[in-house]
Design a protein around this ligand. Structure first.
Ligand SMILES: NC(=O)C1=CN([C@@H]2O[C@H](COP(=O)(O)OP(=O)(O)OC[C@H]3O[C@@H](n4cnc5c(N)ncnc54)[C@H](O)[C@@H]3O)[C@@H](O)[C@H]2O)[C@@H](O)CC1
Ligand SMILES: [K+]
Length: 514
């Protein structure tokens, strides 16, 4: 999985490289500027055809330093440059100052003026607008500095204007992807060495446009401890190909608990997801009164009657049941509360979704009984009921950066509950009690907005359950299920209904050669 960094982690990587003597700040800045120009030309090849005009907005830190390098490199290609600096040249940090001076010997540095810059953006004369105002050091909103420019860039971008953010769109929090106030929108964000968390969560993707990662010569083989993983396509480990000769029991047995009559659809969706993702067997455990309804709908999924907790406990005497799913359409009455307690007491890997999360939130000690083989799959509302203090911090407008992020929220929720927590969204955030964290981003070229449809979460719960049943550890099962779920949705496309998701999985697996 690719790494997503915070600004502090990136600073530490740069500092290590400099301490080892691999590169100095000036070299990194030069490579950063070169990377930006190369990425712009790769993104918009028509910029290669003859000299163009660029508007370059530089800020008071090293992000501004990158901007001066970009201005110089474009001017060397014959481009016409209008450059504005927010801040005083003599207060620039040393590398930025050197690049300022070298640009100043070639062209003009105009003092920042929001209205003038906005007017130039709106004139449409620039072939490229470069935002090097603030990068990873942006610590608060910039509406008062660049509000008119942000509005003009928004219109410019919407009309197809080429707006490029150096490292991060100014005003966007690198660590949380949250709008600190007045973010400058970009069509392309060129970041360095590794992508940042803020580009894949919260408001990040709305402002970044697309992401390009420029190599600035830092060691690619050094992993960053504590980095957040960007969930990518699962490897062969989840496929069945490696297990030729295995029988259905070697692929696990998932047990999905259903609600009463008229409410069994959600559990049936989850069960179908568990079966399609590769659990060897899937049984639906429904109350006696719902047996006929379920039997009318099931073929490969098996059916057992479970009315009270004693039935569940008796069923779980069979050690071959390797994972449970509780929540979809289950109900929140005393029977379901007792079933949840019995399921947790069994210690089996379990997915707790929907009504199971409501039940947890209703108890005095919501996290009691949870363990490291549990996966909680809340959407934002369910998360807020379980962890109201964390949700409140996420909802509050951030006064300063780094702002509280969805990743910090799930890490805290996971540490508190002792379970893996998967907070659903286009930017699904996943954390394990040991501190590992990942983002699954159905964003950019993996966007699947049609996934927001009734029953889609039930299928996701089923996919996690199926992978757990097959023996995947909880954190990995959650991450892999999120990827498969979104990929299945992308394969079906607009018009998708939840029933389509499990049935799209064979094509997903075939494409992955699993
Ligand atoms: N040698 C290095 O450290 C390298 C840094 N790089 C660039 O350096 C950037 C980070 O540089 P810095 O740490 O200097 O940070 P920034 O350039 O993002 O900005 C920091 C400056 O802006 C001020 N500031 C922050 N938010 C403000 C706000 N809302 N209103 C007014 N002033 C505000 C700060 O007080 C500080 O003076 C990266 O994003 C990247 O573009 C790259 O050149 C690669 C090498
Ligand atoms: K920027």
């Amino acid at each position: 999985m690719a790494e997503l960094l915070t600004s502090a982690q990136m600073r530490a990587i740069e500092a290590d490289a400099m301490a080892r003597g691999d590169a100095d700040g000036a070299t990194l800045m030069e490579r950063a500027g070169e990377g930006v120009v190369a990425a712009a030309l790769a993104e918009w090849p028509d910029l290669e055809a003859g000299p163009k005009a660029a508007l370059v907005l530089c800020g008071p830190g090293n992000n501004g330093g990158d901007g001066f390098v970009v201005a110089r490199l474009l001017a060397e290609r014959g481009w016409r440059i209008e450059l504005f600096l927010f801040g005083a040249p003599d207060r620039l940090p040393p590398d930025a100052r050197r690049n300022h001076d070298s640009w100043a010997s070639m062209g003009r540095v105009r003092p920042w003026d929001d209205e003038t810059v906005a007017g130039l953006v709106s004139s449409g004369d620039a072939d490229l607008a470069v935002d090097a105002l603030f990068g990873s050091g942006c610590s608060r909103g910039i509406g008062a500095i660049a509000g008119q420019t942000a509005a003009a860039l928004d219109v410019f971008r919407a009309a197809g204007g080429r707006t490029l953010a150096v490292d991060m769109p100014s005003g966007l929090c690198t660590d949380s992807g949250r709008d600190l106030g007045g973010v400058l929108p970009a069509a392309l964000t060129v970041t360095f060495h590794r992508a940042r968390i803020g580009q894949f969560t919260a408001e990040g993707s709305a402002f970044c446009g697309r992401i390009a990662i420029a190599d600035i010569g830092l060691d690619q083989d050094v992993a960053c401890p504590g980095a957040v993983a960007l969930v990518e396509a699962p490897g062969r480990v989840i496929g069945k190909a490696a297990a030729i000769g295995g029988h259905k029991y070697s692929h696990g047995h998932a047990l999905v608990l259903a609600g009463g009559p008229g409410r069994t659809g959600a559990a049936r969706l989850a069960a179908r997801g568990a079966l399609r993702v590769g659990a060897g067997l899937v049984t639906l455990a429904a109350p006696g009164a719902a047996q006929l309804e379920c039997a009318c709908h099931l073929t490969a999924v098996m059916l057992r009657a479970v009315d009270g907790p004693e039935d569940l406990t008796a069923l779980l005497d069979d050690p071959r049941f390797s994972a449970l799913c509780l929540g979809p359409g289950m109900g929140t009455g005393p029977r379901e509360a007792a079933l949840l307690a019995a399921a947790l007491a069994s210690g089996r890997p379990a997915v707790l979704d929907a009504d199971a999360l409501r039940l947890l939130a209703k108890t005095a000690e919501p996290v009691a009984g949870l363990h490291g083989h549990c996966v909680l799959t809340p959407h934002g509302g369910e998360f807020a009921r379980l962890f109201p203090d964390l949700a409140e911090r996420l909802a509050a407008h951030p006064a300063r950066g780094p702002a509280f992020s969805r990743i910090e929220a799930v890490r805290a929720a996971s540490a508190r509950s002792g379970a893996v927590v998967l907070l659903k969204g286009a930017d699904t955030a996943i954390a394990a009690p040991d501190g590992r964290a990942a983002i699954h981003a159905a964003l950019y070229d993996r966007a699947a907005p049609w996934l927001a449809t009734a029953g889609s979460g039930d299928v996701l719960a089923g996919l996690v359950t199926g992978l757990l049943a097959r023996g995947r550890p909880a954190f990995e099962a959650a991450a892999e299920a999120a990827w498969l779920h979104a990929d299945a949705a992308r394969r079906v496309g607009p018009g998708l209904i939840a029933e389509d998701l499990p049935d799209a999985l064979p094509a997903v697996f075939r494409a992955l050669d699993l």
